[in-house]
Every structure is written in structure tokens, then in C-alpha cells.
Design a protein around this ligand. Structure first.
Ligand code: SF4
Length: 460
């Protein structure tokens, strides 16, 4: 621009104001426990895993006096009374919390309380809904995935797709995990179910089912998080999948791409991924990574590097499936900031946002369907169409439905009704499966007074 030129015209008064923002890795040395951690250590996946924060003592060791006791007491109360997931935070994730809080303990503590990543990775007692922490219809396995197992860990819910849960652990545990029934260590409140088969036998049974079921063309390889499967085992399983001619799509589910990007940058993992991607390409199979990022603070240069590396070695696409949560990302600005960072800076396609599922003690995170509809409306038209995420409700016994697809909605009681166009794996003999209406429930705190009264009278 020359001195005489006016700046290009800006569009003013839009509800959302897009500005390109550079990705930043927050300085981990601001935390007393990591003052001497070097860049090389930080980039080392093994260092990250060894230094994961698993309990209050370890969290205090990292945060030192920066965070006040009131926060730790609140966290301890939550672990005792409410938590459905145990604590597991890679340093990478903890470092994205309260990145600009300074050094005044009162301000840092307030920033921790308000922080969107903290709110779902490190829930405290005072976060929870004081009246209805759980919806009366919440369930441990709210999507009934185990009910639809055709062999241990293999959920056949949709006609052409399966979900293969290879293991029940992750490098990080999210407070709102929909598989809280199975994933992670038991908590004070939740005695977790266990996978019983040996991994090799479980994988054999999955491969055998897929060979016998040519109508299944799409396999989501998940857990837990595939980043916790030893690489040689994961590669062997993926190569066996690629040997099945009827399998045409493979998606690797890993939140670790954002929570522990160092894992996906290890040379042995990158080289292995290149071999798998090369085989997929030769066989015409779509290999993609699906990750789980909920807030723009998680999208750091290391995350972008991990995503780009996967694309460079031949993975066809890296996509994000976030979860919509109050206090985390439930505003148009938060969603669009995240989507622009994913799409524009990290080459990760914003694909879905799910409503948080109806698991116990999740009401403070959950949104009503009408709130999700408003958010979907608010984010239309800013991103490229193919990168505009769909907000979906995973309706029990139905599956994912776009939030505008409901058939009927009782706003007073907060009950939406949904239909479906296929039978899940357990309904082949059910003549009414395609005629029935399936309910989904809004959080009671979002209802008008009459609706809240109705649940008080009938909810128990
Ligand atoms: S990474 Fe996924 S499976 Fe693991 S705890 Fe988080 S939501 Fe659950």
C-alpha cells in the first residue's frame, strides 16, 4: 500500500468480526514446576507422558503458589462427590489453561476458574449444577454402545459403519467423556467396566466380523484414544483392515493430536503413519484422523505441526469433532474463533460439534437443543461451506442428527423427539424401529418455570 492509498474497505457491524490470529504456544515456564523445562524436553512425547498430572499433589507441584487453596479444595470436593473421569493431563494440555493470567495468585486463581479448557478437563465442585447435576434420564453408557457390540469393543450402530474400541485408555481424560462407563480409571463415583478379552483376541474378533460383514465399509478406529495403542500394534491392525476389500474408509480417533501432539510427531509414528497412508492410497481407501478440540486455546503451533505432518505423509484429511459445552465454547465467537484457527492455521477441518451426551453429572455443560439451533444459525456464512461444522445431537438409539432435524419439540418439558431411517444393530427384528419417536432431553435448568416444576414433581 502506498502512502496515499486508503486501507482496503472493512466490513463493519458484523455480529462476528474475523481477524486472522497467529497461533501461539504459551510459555510453560510461567508455572513454577516447569521453570527449568527445556524446549527439547517439551517436544519429547516421553517427557510429556512421564510428566502428566494425575492427582492434586502433582497439580500443586506444577502450579505452586500461583493458584490458591480455594481452587484445590473445590477440585478435591469434585473428585470426591462428582467426577466421572479421573485426572490425567499432559503438560501440553495444562499449559493451554489460563495462558495470560500473570503472577498474582488471586488473578491466576480467578483465571483458572474461568478458563474454558480447565472447565472441561479439570472440573471443580462449584461448576456442577446445584439442583440437577444429572438429568433423570442420564445413563452411564448413554449411547448404548456396549449394547450394540457385535464382538467386544465393536459397536455396529449404523448400517455401513462400525466403531472399533481398541482400548479403554487415553493420554488425557476429559471430564465430559461420553464413554465414562468404560474409559479411564475408576473414580470415587464410578466403578468402570473393563474390556475382558486380550487385545490380540479382541482385534482378531473385530477383523473376523468385518470380513464376514461386507456391508460395513467405514471403520472408526477409536478407544479410548488410538495414541495409547503401541504403534506396532496399531499399524498391524490398520494393515489388516486395509486388507479387507470392502473397507473403504478408516478414521483414526485421537484427541492426542491436540492434547499430546508430541505423540504424533515422533519419528517412528510419522514413519509408520506414512506406511499406512501409502497402503491406503494404493488401495483407494480414505484414511483420515479425527480429533477432538473444543477451544481455540488448544490450537497451538505444535498442534498445527502434528496435523500438517499427518497430511504430508499422506493422510487424506484431519477433521475435528468438538463437543459443545456451556462455559467452554457455547457462543458464536468461541466456535468461530476455534473453527478459523483449525481451518485457517492448522489444516484441520471443522467437521462436527456434538451436544454433550446425557451422562451423569454433566448438566452444567449441556445445552438445550434450541440453544444449539441458535448457535448453528449464528455460525453459518462465515467459514467456507465445506468447513462450516454441523452441530449434531447424538440421540440414544438413533445416532447423529443435525440439530434442526427433530420431529417434535416440547419446549416446556425440554423433550425433543427424533426419527430415524435405519435400524441399529439390535433392531433388525423390531417392526416399529423406523416408526418410533426417540426422545432427547434438554437440561432442566434451561426450562421455563412450569417445566422445572414438572420435573421436580415427576423427575425422580
Ligand atoms: S479423549 Fe475421548 S475417549 Fe478419551 S477421555 Fe476424552 S472424550 Fe473420552
Amino acid at each position: 500500500m502506498t502512502a496515499t492509498q486508503e486501507p482496503a474497505t472493512e466490513l463493519h457491524d458484523q455480529p462476528y468480526d474475523y481477524r486472522r490470529a497467529e497461533l501461539v504456544e504459551p510459555d510453560w515456564r510461567r508455572f513454577p514446576g516447569w521453570r527449568d523445562v527445556t524446549e527439547a524436553e517439551w517436544r519429547d512425547a516421553q517427557w510429556q507422558r512421564v510428566h502428566c498430572v494425575r492427582n492434586l499433589r502433582q497439580l500443586r507441584a506444577v502450579l505452586g503458589d500461583l493458584v490458591e487453596d480455594r481452587f484445590f479444595d473445590d477440585l478435591a470436593a469434585d473428585q470426591r462427590d462428582m467426577a466421572t473421569m479421573s485426572m490425567l493431563l499432559p503438560p501440553q494440555m495444562l499449559n493451554t489453561m489460563a495462558p495470560h493470567a500473570g503472577t498474582d495468585p488471586q488473578k491466576v486463581t480467578d483465571a483458572f476458574y474461568a478458563d474454558p479448557i480447565r472447565r472441561y478437563m479439570l472440573p471443580v465442585r462449584s461448576d456442577r449444577d446445584p439442583v440437577w447435576p444429572s438429568h433423570p434420564h442420564s445413563e452411564r453408557d448413554s449411547l448404548h454402545e456396549a449394547e450394540m457390540w457385535v464382538t467386544e469393543g465393536l459397536t455396529h450402530r449404523y448400517p455401513t459403519k462400525v466403531l472399533a474400541e481398541l482400548l479403554s485408555t487415553c493420554p488425557q481424560y476429559c471430564g465430559h467423556c461420553t464413554r465414562m462407563d468404560l474409559v479411564g480409571n475408576s473414580t470415587e463415583q464410578v466403578d468402570k467396566h473393563k474390556l475382558t478379552l486380550k487385545p490380540v483376541d479382541r482385534q482378531d474378533a473385530m477383523i473376523d466380523y468385518l470380513r464376514r460383514t461386507p456391508g460395513v465399509r467405514d471403520v472408526v478406529v477409536s478407544g479410548g484414544d488410538v495414541a495409547n495403542v503401541p504403534w506396532h500394534q496399531l499399524e498391524a491392525f490398520l494393515m489388516r483392515l486395509l486388507d479387507i476389500e470392502t473397507v473403504r474408509d478408516i478414521r483414526l480417533a485421537t484427541k492426542a493430536l491436540a492434547g499430546l501432539p508430541q505423540h504424533w510427531l515422533q519419528p517412528k509414528v510419522v514413519e509408520g503413519l506414512a506406511r499406512v497412508a501409502g497402503t491406503a492410497r494404493r488401495r483407494g481407501v480414505n484414511l483420515a484422523i479425527h480429533t477432538h478440540v473444543n477451544h481455540v486455546q488448544s490450537v497451538t503451533p505444535l498442534v498445527a505441526e502434528a496435523a500438517r505432518t499427518a497430511l504430508e505423509v499422506g493422510v487424506r484429511d484431519v477433521r475435528n469433532q468438538g463437543v459443545l459445552m456451556r462455559g467452554v465454547n457455547a457462543t458464536p465467537e468461541a466456535l468461530l474463533d476455534l473453527c478459523f484457527a483449525l481451518q485457517g492455521e492448522a489444516n484441520i477441518l471443522p467437521y462436527y460439534f456434538y451436544l454433550c451426551d446425557m451422562i451423569p453429572n454433566a448438566e452444567h455443560w449441556r445445552l438445550a437443543v434450541w440453544e444449539a439451533q441458535e448457535l448453528q444459525h449464528a455460525i453459518m456464512g462465515y467459514l467456507p461451506g465445506y468447513a462450516t461444522p454441523r452441530i449434531v445431537c447424538d440421540v440414544p438409539y438413533v445416532g447423529k442428527r443435525w440439530v434442526h432435524q427433530l420431529a417434535e419439540y416440547d419446549r416446556e418439558k425440554g423433550i425433543s423427539y427424533w426419527t430415524k431411517n435405519y435400524r441399529t444393530g439390535i433392531e433388525h427384528d423390531d417392526p416399529d424401529a423406523l416408526r418410533r419417536r426417540y426422545p432427547y432431553y434438554d437440561p432442566i435448568s434451561t426450562l421455563p418455570a412450569a417445566g422445572r416444576r414438572w420435573w421436580s414433581d415427576h423427575g425422580a
